[in-house]
Design a protein around this ligand. Structure first.
Ligand code: FES
Length: 654
């Protein structure tokens, strides 16, 4: 009512969610969707350049301008870019399937113990099971006139006597509830203690009592391990008493509605209230995952006592509500690489007030705690073997080295490996096409989905296999374009240009055709070119060649496995002996879990972060040269891929 008049709010209704928001006239439609809790893909963060946020205005009026992303036909039927539309009247907006973000939290099958399922020689060894969080049940003597020492002294005396804990500090929150809790069950209590994240000579990890409960609660002793990815967030519920994983779940990072990579997120954080919105978005994602983890177990939120997170530097800054602005500006300085543990609920995470969040230390602006976590989990710092560790994700991070030295670099690959920016892309969960083959040229494609159910979309590893399969069958050329002569019927002109039909509508879970488009292939080629260029540049700059590598460890949240042969075929991985490759899945999540089980590895995480030397790929002229060479399948330097070259020549000769 700024001008003295009462302005009626405008109603914006979104389908198929069936939800709405009340906004002012002139409000941004993408923002209205965010306010209504509707998730629309906005790869460029609302800058208007990606065209991923298209919606159908079914009723009402918006102010918007035609754009190259919208055909005349689509414009005439009411398609608009949400980020470039101002709301003028009450609206009914339909978000088409290709513009929708998957936000459902999905549970995953889990390995029950740390390290199970990882190939030998790719997991940290020699650590003792010593979680940073401990529970100790005490049956304390009741006070008497001859022993009327304070409740706290009685507790500390008991911890020393029964749990061998000396000089334990006490969180002030414990003191407040101590008198009631101790008396409720006649001085039978369970004390929860937390060791410091950093070991110093002086205190030898002096533990602090952070919680006190009546009776024996040692069976409910849980922790949370998280990988906070730019595109995907994964969490595990851990039994800290037995060293087991209880449940696992994952979903899209809710920040994805504000941009698909770390640069657009940083840009968004600089808008008014932007940092807060991004922080809340990832915290909501974390809270949703925690809820699903608890729903899939017999435990309650009160049983969770600890939390470990691993994320890249930008994700870590945003989670902690720290301005990431200077990460993007030369000379690219993060505010901090080591974040002290904080109370989880001070960040908005819905757990008890005594739960602390431990965050993996970062190395540099674009080399974060996720890679440190993965390297620690893989035990790369424990072996002399010259190892290459690649974390394939939106922010691709690579490390070369061994127990003596490590050099690391990061390259922005975009979200294609996690199914982002791909027409029918999805995260690696049930229904995602993971394997794909064309046995004979001209034959129908064969595919397998995660969980063996009807196909719903394509995950990152599926995308690699599809592109390799199409290349091998001559359906696409080495420049990633469809070869209309090679296939009749499945290659066609679609809404977004040329596409190849993988699953016809009647056979899919969505009831719609599942296709791969030339734009998808282009996105994958750019992503793999960035990763491979990073590998080439880094190896050259440390004075070794790919052939010198003794082990290549591949990590990523893009599938349950990676087909090495197909990854080499498309030019993502170097063409070296296949036995050197090992896939460890989500390495960042594994490290987060292992550190929750062992303070030995907590120490290793700091050591690894300190020993890594960062190499700025953007400062190297070699990087761009290798990147451009990688925009071809497998690469314009065919000599770097001799086995692929032989195979492709063989195919042409048929
Ligand atoms: S064009 Fe709207 S988010 Fe990119």
């Amino acid at each position: 009512m700024k001008d003295g008049k009462i302005h009626r709010k405008i109603k914006v209704h979104f389908e198929p969610d069936g939800v709405g928001a009340l906004v002012d006239k002139g409000a941004n439609l993408l923002q209205a969707a965010v306010d209504a809790g509707v998730h629309i893909t906005a790869s460029c963060g609302g800058a208007g350049v990606c065209g991923t946020c298209k919606v159908l205005i079914e009723r009402g009026e918006v102010e918007s301008s035609p754009s190259k992303h919208i055909t005349n036909d689509d414009w005439n039927r009411g398609i608009r870019k949400a980020c470039q539309s101002k709301v003028l009247t009450d609206l009914k907006v339909v978000v088409p399937v290709e513009s929708r973000l998957e936000t459902a939290v999905v549970s995953r099958e889990i390995d029950m113990t740390a390290g199970v399922g990882q190939p030998a020689g790719t997991v940290a060894t020699g650590w003792k099971f010593k979680p940073p969080l401990n529970k100790c049940y005490l049956e304390l003597p009741m006070p008497t006139l001859s022993d009327n020492t304070s409740d706290l002294s009685r507790l500390l005396r008991g911890l020393k006597k029964y749990c061998n804990l000396k000089y334990a500090g006490v969180d002030p929150g414990v003191l407040k509830k101590l008198p009631q809790v101790m008396r409720r069950k006649n001085y039978r209590v369970t004390a929860t203690t937390l060791v410091k994240a950093v070991k110093t000579q002086a205190d030898k990890r002096k533990p602090t009592v952070i919680n006190i409960e009546s009776g024996n609660t040692t069976r409910a002793h849980l922790g949370l391990a998280f990988d906070i990815g730019t595109t995907t967030v994964c969490g595990q519920l851990l039994d800290l008493g037995r060293g087991e994983v209880i449940a696992e779940a994952m979903t899209r990072n809710g920040q994805i509605g504000y941009g698909e990579d770390v640069i657009t997120r940083i840009a968004y954080s600089q808008r008014s209230g932007g940092l807060k919105k991004l922080q809340q978005a990832v915290v909501t994602t974390i809270n949703n995952i925690i809820q699903v983890l608890l729903d899939n177990s017999k435990f309650k939120s009160e049983d969770i006592g600890h939390m470990t997170v691993a994320g890249n530097t930008v994700m870590t800054h945003i989670l902690f509500g720290v301005d990431p602005k200077y990460i993007r500006l030369a000379p690219y300085t993060p505010v901090a690489n080591f974040f002290p543990p904080v109370k989880a609920n001070s960040l908005g995470i819905v757990v008890q007030s005594h739960v602390h969040v431990f965050s993996f230390p970062c190395v540099a602006s674009y080399v974060g705690g996720d890679i440190v976590s993965g390297v620690v989990a893989a035990g790369m710092h424990q072996r002399e073997k010259l190892t290459f560790y690649i974390d394939i994700g939106t922010n691709g991070e690579i490390v070369i080295g061994n127990s003596d030295w490590m050099v690391t670099a990061a390259c922005s690959a975009g979200p294609a490996f996690e199914g982002g920016g791909i027409k029918h892309g999805m995260i690696a969960t049930e229904g995602a096409i993971e394997d794909f083959k064309i046995r004979e040229i001209g034959c129908k494609p064969e595919f397998r989905t995660i969980g063996g159910v009807k196909a719903k979309g394509i995950c990152g590893s599926g995308l690699i296999n599809i592109v390799a399969g199409l290349l091998g069958a001559g359906i696409i050329s080495q420049n990633g374009k469809f070869n209309f002569d090679a296939e009749e019927g499945r290659i066609r002109e679609g809404e977004d240009g040329c596409e190849y039909l993988i699953v016809p509508a009647p056979e899919s879970q969505t009831g719609k055709d599942i296709v791969i488009t030339e734009v998808d292939i282009d996105n994958l080629m750019r992503a793999k070119a960035a990763i491979f260029a990073g590998c080439q540049t880094l190896t050259k700059n440390v004075g070794v060649s790919c052939a010198d590598l003794e082990q290549v460890i591949i990590a990523g949240a893009f599938g349950s496995h990676i087909d090495v042969e197909n990854s080499i075929t498309i030019g993502l991985l170097p063409d070296i002996s296949r036995h050197k490759f090992a896939f460890v899945g989500n390495g960042s999540l594994s490290g987060s879990r292992l550190v929750s089980f062992s303070t030995d590895l907590l120490d290793d995480a700091r050591k690894v972060a300190t020993m890594m030397t960062n190499f700025e790929l953007s400062e190297s002229p070699d990087f761009m040269h290798h990147y451009v060479a990688g925009l071809f399948l497998p690469n314009t330097h065919a000599g770097d891929f001799p086995s692929v070259k032989r195979r492709l020549i063989g195919l042409k000769g048929r």
